[in-house]
Ligand binder design. Structure first.
Ligand code: 6PG
Length: 253
């Protein structure tokens, strides 16, 4: 079951996300000595990353033991404004003390197949996995995955109709049909996370959000297929994105 929180103020949505991240980071570091965080690209999380870098939240996060990963990347050089790594670097990495060894980016400057292969290997090493046939990638247990929602219902670079959605063994694949081509983590990787936090803001996301949360199950867009078997999904959405939702069970803030 997904939990959905609807915010009248978009700023409150970002503050809630920052508080949740700080809280989960403390739990994970206390439990395992590290916090493995999967970051989202796109525009929506920019304000969240800036908030996390601000002293009010930053001091509550043990950056030295935080490990950062990306859920997807565009096949562009680091200098390109479309680079998700570059966006996180500008908003967050340049402002907090994460050790460089803990920053594990997808190499967008490489051919996507190569970058996907190398990132797969990097994830498998980090999580101590051997071989491809892990049951549904279960041991790839990020403590938290942040995700945005595309207006067509995509999440990370899992687009409607993409062959990447069929992947059951690999954790990372290339998405050559995208423009620019991309590299993305797969459903088995996302569905092994301990928690997934989706952020959706703005009216452009309303139809996709309604389709994901309340649409017919056989037509559910890719974002609705992110459902960790042993984890939680929390949607933080603003009033505009929630405009087409019918259910009253979603909590209004
Ligand atoms: C990316 C993303 C992608 C994004 C959605 C929403 O790299 O673009 O990971 O899945 O989250 O497209 O993007 P916006 O936040 O820009 O609307």
């Amino acid at each position: 079951m997904s939990q959905v929180r609807i915010f009248n103020e978009t700023d409150e949505l970002y503050r809630t996300a920052a508080e949740r991240i700080a809280h989960l980071s403390q739990l994970a570091v206390a439990r395992e000595g590290r916090f493995a965080l999967l970051l989202a690209g796109g525009n929506t999380p920019r304000r969240l990353y800036a908030l996390l870098a601000s002293p009010i939240y930053s001091i509550h996060i043990d950056w030295a033991n935080t490990h950062l990963f990306w859920g997807d990347e565009r096949a562009v050089p680091l200098s390109d404004p479309k680079s998700n790594y570059r966006m996180v670097s500008e908003t967050l990495l340049s402002r907090v003390a994460v050790p460089w060894q803990n920053i594990r980016r997808i190499e967008g400057e490489l051919p996507p197949e190569k970058a996907a292969e190398r990132y797969e290997e990097e994830l498998r090493q980090f999580f101590g996995l051997r071989g491809l046939a892990q049951p549904e990638g279960y041991a790839t247990r990020f403590d938290l995955a942040l995700l945005g929602l595309g207006a067509d219902g995509h999440a990370a670079s899992l687009f409607p109709g993409s062959p990447a959605l069929q992947e059951t063994a690999r954790l990372v694949v290339a998405v050559p049909e995208a423009d620019p081509p991309r590299v993305t983590l797969t459903l088995p990787a996302f569905n092994a996370c301990a928690e997934v936090l989706f952020l959706a803001a703005g009216a452009a996301k309303a139809p996709a959000l309604a389709a994901v949360l309340e649409g017919p199950p056989d037509l559910v867009p890719p974002a609705g297929r992110v459902r960790p078997e042993q984890g939680e999904v929390l949607w933080l959405v603003d009033r505009a994105a929630a405009a087409l939702l019918q259910q009253r069970s979603h909590s209004n803030e």
